[in-house]
Ligand binder design. Structure first.
Ligand code: F1P
Length: 304
């Protein structure tokens, strides 16, 4: 199931790019001060979006794990992300701030409590998944939010980065997974700005689907400790452009370096690079006799 959901991403993203206007009224507006919250995968997508939105100049944007929301701070909108629409921490938070601040939510399931917990809800039911492990819904949320930012900037479709991401995702499904990654014993995922959220998500995918030992750090933090565990047979995987000197540092200590701009595929959009990491997680799970759809100790949504 996870493989089918991964493979469907280009088509589902394309549909999202084409229909973004329908959802605009429920999404953050330019200039608003926004807090974005979620749990697990949804938190990492919140982090990526917060960095993208601020970098695009659309307003101050903070991301929090829903359980860690700082109640002393003032926002113009709280946006909750939850595929299941039932995750306890997200529902609790939306309920607690409601009335004091406008709330929005993005979910896959219109039959769930999140529909009434938020003032405005975007339903991406066509991106819902059967697998416990999130792939398609999470990336589609980010495609939606990127497309919304680019639409607010009135960028023509032809020059939108999100349109390029859809094309790159098709390529990402074809990239061969080489022995340097399929045979690795450990993975450290790195990113900067919005791609740090993608790095965290890639690491989570490998843990959930394949029970693999993975870590994730902001790219430049690699030199401040994580480099100590790098050696031949372990992979450092960078999302986005390589900061100066980092590639050399990783090569010097013998780690295998993978990046969108020089690793398995040249110049892919980082979100398409995440598709390759999803594929690798499924590959490693199957190769070690695990089911990538049903991770150990994890349920489709976590309810207290
Ligand atoms: C998020 C979540 C993730 C976890 C797994 C199952 O739920 O619980 O924390 O990584 O993918 O889903 P949701 O609030 O997005 O439904």
């Amino acid at each position: 199931r996870t493989s089918i959901e991964i493979a469907s991403q280009p088509a589902v993203w394309q549909r999202t790019v084409e229909s973004v206007g329908r959802f605009a009224s429920a999404l953050p507006r330019r200039g608003e001060r926004v807090a974005v919250v979620g749990c697990g995968t949804s938190w990492f997508m919140a982090h990526a979006y917060a960095q993208l939105r601020e970098a695009a100049g659309h307003g101050e944007t903070d991301a929090f794990a829903a359980s860690e929301f700082p109640h002393g701070r003032q926002y113009d909108r709280v946006l909750g992300i939850s595929r299941s629409g039932t995750t306890t921490e997200v529902l609790d938070l939306l309920g607690r701030v409601r009335g004091a601040v406008p709330t929005s939510a993005i979910t896959a399931d219109p039959s769930t409590p999140v529909m009434t917990a938020a003032d405005a809800v975007v339903v991406l039911d066509y991106a819902d998944e059967e697998s416990v492990v999130q792939t398609r819904f999470a990336t589609t949320v980010l495609v939606l939010l990127r497309a919304h930012l680019e639409a607010e900037d009135a960028l023509p479709l032809g020059v939108r980065l999100v349109a390029q991401a859809v094309r790159d995702a098709r390529r990402a499904l074809e990239v061969p997974l080489g022995p340097e990654v399929t045979g690795a014993e450990q993975f450290t995922f790195l990113g900067s700005g919005w791609t740090y959220g993608l790095a965290q998500e890639a690491a989570l995918k490998m843990r959930e689907a394949a029970g693999a030992w993975t870590e994730a750090y902001p790219a430049m933090e690699y030199r401040h400790g994580p480099i100590s565990i790098t050696r031949p047979g372990r992979v450092a995987w960078l999302f986005g452009a390589a900061p100066e000197g980092l590639t050399d540092d990783i090569a010097r200590v013998g780690g295998h370096f993978v990046s969108a701009s020089g690793g398995m595929a040249d110049g892919l959009d980082p979100l398409a690079d995440l598709v390759i990491a999803q594929r690798l997680a499924v590959h490693l799970a199957l190769a070690s006799g695990q089911s990538p759809d049903t991770p150990r100790n994890l349920t489709r949504s976590v309810i207290l």
